[in-house]
Write a protein that binds this ligand. Sequence first.
Ligand SMILES: Cc1cc2nc3c(=O)[nH]c(=O)nc-3n(C[C@H](O)[C@H](O)[C@H](O)COP(=O)(O)OP(=O)(O)OC[C@H]3O[C@@H](n4cnc5c(N)ncnc54)[C@H](O)[C@@H]3O)c2cc1C
Length: 375
Amino acid sequence: MCAISAGQRGRSVLVLDHANKVGKKILMSGGGRCNFTNLDIQHENYISHNPHFFKSALSRYSQWDFIEMVEKHNIDYHEKKLGQLFCDNKAKDILNMLLDECAQVKAQVRSLCSVTQIEKVESGFKLKTSQGNWQCQSLVIATGGLSIPKMGATGFGYDVAKQFDIKVLATQAGLVPFTLIEKMKSDFAELSGTSVDCIVSCNGQSFRENILFTHRGLSGPAILQISSYWIQGNSIQINLLPEIDLLIIIEENLNKTLTQILQDYFSKKLTQVLSELWFKDLHSKPFAEISKNNRNNIAKKLHQWQFMPNGSEGYRTAEVTLGGIDTDEVSSKTFESQKVKNLYFIGEVLDVTAHLGGYNFQWAWSSGHAAGQYV
Ligand SMILES: Cc1cc2nc3c(=O)[nH]c(=O)nc-3n(C[C@H](O)[C@H](O)[C@H](O)COP(=O)(O)OP(=O)(O)OC[C@H]3O[C@@H](n4cnc5c(N)ncnc54)[C@H](O)[C@@H]3O)c2cc1C
């Protein structure tokens, strides 16, 4: 995106990527259909130590600008849910669109090119790479975060920052599934593949979406979202029955059993596993025979299930990397380093990440476009 907008200004642009092809995360995103932006971009969807840094770039190149480009290229798309826009066909449509736009402004793209040395010189930078040496006036670091090393992710951007004494904030895997302790894993083993609508909360944040039991732990959109607010040692709270107040339903159905009631909201398997696991002696008794105290405990467990994740699956499967280049080090207008003239940082390498739902790509587009106006 930065190459495109700089190229449109007549700048001579070369994009270097060490992977065997560019845009791999685009290709693997959104289940192969790329959730390329969101109709409803709010500042609350973004996470950064500086909650103002991202506002300007997002407003200067918004979701509507990106949608305009998508439409110009006749790429069919649809809203899946919650404003999330996906390609009808394949994520490759988005990558091809960006490569087409690069070609139109004669921006060159080279893959399988590793940068081995960066040297600051009077007129810009000298680069040594596996494909030869270059000199440039402006150098833009757009190497993303640490998520999915298999796809070519590296800490290169952080190393460049360190080389120039630019502060990097601690990083952590975000939008990532939780792992569970062995006991919980075996308790829920049968539920692998089961998903259920919940409200998941941690550290003052809540998300209402599905959670998914997996053979490693817990995943699903609500878990991925909350993982970006979770710190090792925090517990997670899950309301498994967000639509109802179970105590009221119990009062209205004193002749029914818990298993009978849960079947109205959960799959048969989920009802069976949770009933046996949490309410062994109670689930088959009519509520009229269950004490008020026990009824309260049942409702509390299902509305406020608390547990401590063992950990997260880490960068191996995380969709984003929290933290990164401190935004205080970078201009929110130009994305140029405050310390090093003509050195720019854009995208996920910065301490800006977002919720699941197309917001992360929008940050890549918006920050890239903003920097492209100045490089
Ligand atoms: C599985 C998955 C699914 C996702 N789905 C979505 C989605 O649907 N919607 C959404 O908004 N976001 C999604 N994301 C997040 C989104 O992909 C990223 O936030 C976004 O790609 C960040 O863009 P970027 O340009 O900053 O970095 P990246 O897209 O990570 O690009 C960085 C580039 O730098 C290259 N590079 C790295 N190190 C070096 C080096 N040393 N030398 C040269 N090149 C290097 C890499 O090869 C890569 O091509 C997903 C992420 C993952 C992992």
